[in-house]
Design a protein around this ligand. Structure first.
Ligand code: NAX
Length: 331
């Protein structure tokens, strides 16, 4: 029997992440090879941008994807989020020249107020949200507060790209394949203060720091490389990470849609319940398991060394600072 289609809303769909993301959703990479999807694409109400979105939709048609059961293009959140089961909030205002991080947070805040309200108003009863547009943790926090009546657990933000980057760096250093790196854990904010954990991340089943016995590298180059990878990609490519971000979003949603294999976990930014000293209510990256039915849990009781603990305190402080900047939007 054919499954009912999943409605997937994607904002910023004519952007570079959107371009790399949409064919992967439509081909079955996100929800599996037997799950039909309907894509509901949102862009800014600017002629040139809507024209570009039309071109993207034409390309999707030209792929004749067996699982793609419909494409909606709109500049109206109420149309794009209508009955959506998943809302992937990718679009946001980029950082302009001379703009401080706090300016970016303030510029983007209202977008996520409106989108959160629209999700609550017209989204499906089981709607779930993944925020990619930066600053993604705080944007997710704003959307979560604005979506009155939608359970807070439905809102996530993406540190999966950071997780994947950490896995790749550790695999290269240890001389193994990235599939030998499991339980990769990112704590905190998706920013330069994020914390890639080398105690709980495992290489061939052993703690990464028991395999890579180079503390200076783990606390130095490894941290810096993962934290600064986005900037390094911009420096090398002239634009920010696109298909790696799209691929990470496919992983993020896929792994929340399906159950996590027993004993494993993934890094996901979710609303804190106070675990690991992260103040309740902040959206922070944690090791998370999914039950495959819409539920998730923060993995409890993981050991943290003093260095990682100190770094988590710093990234949490940054998240609290970002929350303070948008306090008026969280009512
Ligand atoms: P692009 O500038 O290529 O595309 C963004 C698109 O969003 C544009 O087409 C724009 O018209 C649209 N947009 C802006 N405001 C909108 C709104 N209110 N409603 C609907 N559409 C809107 O950026 P792209 O490279 O695709 O990156 C998108 C976002 O992802 C950026 O905020 C970026 O910082 C963020 N990233 C997040 C990552 C993460 O790991 N969480 C990694 C990659 C990326 O840097």
């Amino acid at each position: 029997m054919t499954k009912a289609p999943i409605r997937v809303a994607v904002t910023g769909a004519a952007g570079q992440i959107g371009y790399a993301l949409l064919p992967r959703i439509a081909s079955g990479a996100m929800f599996g090879p037997d799950q039909p999807v309907i894509l509901q694409l949102l862009e800014l109400p600017i002629d040139k941008v809507m024209q570009a979105l039309k071109g993207v939709a034409m390309e999707l048609e030209d792929c004749a994807f067996p699982l793609l059961r419909g494409i909606v293009c709109s500049s109206d959140t109420k149309v794009a989020f209508k009955d959506a089961n998943w809302c992937l909030l990718v679009g946001s205002k980029p950082r302009g020249p001379g703009m401080e991080r706090n300016d970016l947070i303030r510029e983007n805040g209202p977008i996520f107020v409106g989108q959160g309200q629209a999700i609550a108003e017209v989204g499906a009863k089981d709607v779930r949200v993944a925020v990619v547009g930066n600053p993604c943790n705080t944007n997710a926090l704003i959307a979560m507060h604005s979506a009155k009546g939608v359970p807070k657990e439905r809102f996530t933000a993406m540190t999966r790209l950071d997780q994947n980057r950490a896995m790749s760096q550790l695999a290269t250093k240890a001389g193994v394949h990235s599939t030998d790196v499991t339980h990769a854990t990112i704590w905190g904010n998706h920013s330069a203060t994020q914390v890639p954990d080398y105690v709980n991340t495992k290489i061939q089943g052993k703690p990464a720091n028991a395999v890579i016995k180079d503390e200076a590298w783990l606390k130095g180059e490894f941290f810096k490389t993962v934290q600064q990878r986005g900037a390094a990609i911009i420096a090398a490519r002239g634009s920010s990470s696109a298909f790696s971000a799209a691929s990470a979003l496919v992983d993020h949603v896929h792994d929340l849609h399906f159950a996590t294999p027993a004993g494993e976990w993934r890094s996901v930014c979710v609303v804190s319940d106070g675990s690991y000293g992260v103040p309740a209510g902040l959206i922070s990256s944690f090791p998370v398991t999914s039950d495959g039915k819409g539920g998730w849990k923060i993995v409890q009781g993981l050991p943290l060394d003093p260095f990682v603990k100190e770094k988590i305190a710093a990234t949490v402080k940054e998240l609290e600072g970002e929350r303070a900047v948008v306090a008026d939007l969280l009512k």
